[in-house]
Design a protein around this ligand. Structure first.
Ligand SMILES: NC(=O)c1ccc[n+]([C@@H]2O[C@H](COP(=O)([O-])OP(=O)(O)OC[C@H]3O[C@@H](n4cnc5c(N)ncnc54)[C@H](OP(=O)(O)O)[C@@H]3O)[C@@H](O)[C@H]2O)c1
Length: 255
């Protein structure tokens, strides 16, 4: 698809991948609206070249209203990048069901609310594009990633289902599954993050994937190969590998 002139809504755009992507899209001539909770940070990202629509995606009504406000501001909508998300390491020793619920509320229901904000009008128009941010963390279960990974696995399944249901109705659905990207989210991690890339590199990979109509945008390449291979590892072997990593503290908070 043509990026220049495309009207794009990016959620989770106050920092990290979303902010870098919004900048890259604006640099490439797209007309961009950015959303997240932190209005000050959004304004810093937007400067005078993007529309700012603050919203908390856990609020269903507010998110649907934000989608309408974005459409109004941009004069229509071609692409919705549903990227708002959160991550924290889960502790089985200090089991916290609320932390689990918060992950699902932001990462899964926040995305569902944003879908409600864009799908009906895209269906009515018989066109549109949805880029949904999941993660390679949803490919297999990893110790420490119980809350985050479960939600991202749900999103991988959701976007795949939508590709089948919305595709024939003219709406392209693309699944974004990044490996480790250096952002405020991952700056808190103290475990090794193989193949870590910058948010700017991630943004370029995402725009390239949008242009090429890829169903799945998985990057960087070595992480894509690793995690696609990981999906083929038998359950017993995967359990042995992850249990060893967990015992060594590789997947846990250290220091
Ligand atoms: N970094 C990685 O290695 C990596 C890998 C795979 C997938 N991802 C995914 O990529 C996405 C972006 O993550 P990031 O690494 O760029 O982290 P980040 O810098 O922490 O960005 C997260 C974004 O989501 C927004 N957000 C969080 N809760 C929200 C809510 N309730 N309502 C609206 N916006 C909300 C945050 O803004 P406010 O706090 O201002 O609301 C921020 O703009 C997430 O979905 C994440 O799971 C990241």
């Amino acid at each position: 698809m043509e990026i220049r002139g495309a009207r794009v809504w990016v959620t989770g755009a106050s920092s990290g991948i979303g902010a870098a992507l919004a900048r890259e899209l604006a640099d490439r001539g797209a007309v961009v609206a950015v959303s997240a909770r932190s209005e000050d940070k959004l304004r810093a990202v937007a400067g005078d070249r993007m529309h700012v629509v603050p919203v908390d995606v856990t609020d269903r009504e507010a998110t649907v209203a934000a989608g309408a406000a974005v459409r109004e501001a941009l004069g229509g909508l071609d692409v919705a990048v549903l990227n708002a998300g959160t991550w924290s390491q889960f502790s089985v020793e200090e089991w916290d069901s609320q932390e689990f619920a918060d992950h699902l509320q932001i990462n899964v229901m926040g995305t569902v609310h944003a879908l409600e904000a864009v799908v009906p009008t895209m269906l009515a128009e018989g066109r549109g594009r949805i880029v949904g941010t999941a993660s390679v963390a949803g490919y297999r279960g990893m110790p420490g990633s119980e809350a985050y990974g479960a939600g991202k696995a749900a999103l991988l399944n959701l976007f795949e289902a939508l590709r089948g249901s919305l595709g024939p109705r003219g709406i392209v659905v693309q699944t974004l599954a990044p490996g480790f990207v250096k952002t405020p989210m991952t700056d808190r991690n103290s475990f090794p993050m193989p193949f870590l890339i910058s948010a700017e590199a991630a943004a370029k990979a995402i725009v390239a994937g949008i242009e090429k109509d890829k169903a799945e945008l998985v990057f960087p390449f070595p992480m894509m190969l690793t995690m696609k291979a990981a999906r083929l590892v038998p359950v017993r072997a995967w359990t042995a590998m992850t249990a060893t990593l967990a015992r060594r503290g590789v997947t846990r908070r250290r220091g």
